[in-house]
Design a protein around this ligand. Structure first.
Ligand code: SF4
Ligand code: ZN
Ligand code: ZN
Length: 313
């Protein structure tokens, strides 16, 4: 719906209020500024090289859809780079099947190669089955699924010869994670946050990068709508981690009463990461005795979980 306000940059009819910039913007100016911010994140954090083979972890939701759309624009201008998209199918009926459809539709629209890799194929079970087993209700399913999902993203990223894995983490995700880690006193995890996830340098790890980490969730939604990107709007039915929900509500309230708080928290987190990593030797890496993946202990977390679930690989 068109607003009668004028764009503060070019005087066209505006369509959006950019909370972050506090401006009324037309579609064109909003898009330009949004993309400029993503490029700035990439440039300042040196996230990409010209010869990179890039894989977007495409969930089918709005965040990774926007990440893929912008990556496509960047890669089109740098012929030495390559782009593929891939989706992890955890096996969540009524949710992942719909988001895979949206992801495939987007890739077809953009002319990008798209692969789907499933838990069933790699681990021998679907997440729905773990939930049904429900042996220990105190452990939220995300604590299993998240680790196994990351492992599959990395394993398949290696198979696809990727130099970088792009994820769709946005400003709100980053701020929530930072506060959760801070409240839990988990400085090690805070240290591993940042635009480039994980600080371990090992040939077994494909670097995960987060070019949207400075983009507020509402602006990502706006961008996806303006570009008419197909995406599945629902959240995973198991994503109800109570602590994160509380933090989300708290951050939303903070932002509405004190606009700009999310950016301040992200900035403080980045300062903290820098302080924590100053003068530190790179972490010692060993390799999992079961799967060979880099890990800080004897066996990686994913293999421990697989054993617990009776599905050793
Ligand atoms: S929200 Fe949790 S259960 Fe759902 S896909 Fe993500 S990690 Fe898996
Ligand atoms: Zn304008
Ligand atoms: Zn392992």
């Amino acid at each position: 719906m068109e607003s009668k306000n004028k764009c503060s940059r070019c005087n066209r009819d505006s369509v959006t209020e950019s909370g972050h910039l506090g401006e009324s913007l037309c579609r064109r100016c909003f898009t330009r500024l949004f993309e400029k911010r993503v490029k700035r994140t990439i440039r300042l954090n040196k996230l990409l090289h010209r010869e990179d083979r890039i894989g977007v972890a495409l969930s089918g939701g709005k965040d990774s859809a926007v990440a893929l759309h912008i990556m496509k624009k960047l890669v089109d201008r740098v012929p030495s780079s390559e782009l593929v998209a891939y989706t992890i199918d955890e096996g969540i009926e009524g949710f992942r099947d719909k988001s895979i459809k949206a992801a495939a539709g987007l890739c077809e629209q953009l002319g990008i190669e798209h692969q789907v890799y499933s838990f069933r194929e790699s681990y021998g079970f679907r997440v729905d089955e773990i939930v049904k087993l429900g042996s220990d209700k105190r452990v939220p399913v995300c604590s299993y699924c998240g680790v196994l999902r990351r492992k599959l993203l990395n394993d398949k990223g290696r198979d696809l010869n990727l130099d970088k894995i792009v994820t769709g983490h946005n400003l709100d995700d980053e701020v929530q994670t930072s506060l959760m880690n801070y409240i839990r006193g988990d400085l090690d995890r805070i240290e591993r946050m940042g635009a480039r996830a994980g600080i371990l340098e090992d040939s077994g790890f494909v670097a995960r990068i987060k070019p949207l980490r400075e983009c507020p969730v509402e602006e990502i939604l706006e961008y996806a709508k303006i570009k008419e990107l197909p995406f599945h709007p629902e959240r995973c039915p198991y994503s109800g981690e109570a602590f994160r929900q509380t933090i989300r509500k708290f951050v939303d309230l903070l932002e509405s009463n004190h606009p700009g708080s999310r950016f301040q928290i992200l900035k403080s987190t980045d300062n903290l990461i820098e302080r924590l990593s100053q003068g530190k030797e790179p972490a010692k890496i060993s390799h999992c005795i079961t799967c060979g993946d880099p890990t800080s202990g004897e066996r990686c977390k994913a293999c421990q979980i697989l054993e617990e679930l009776g599905s050793g690989n």
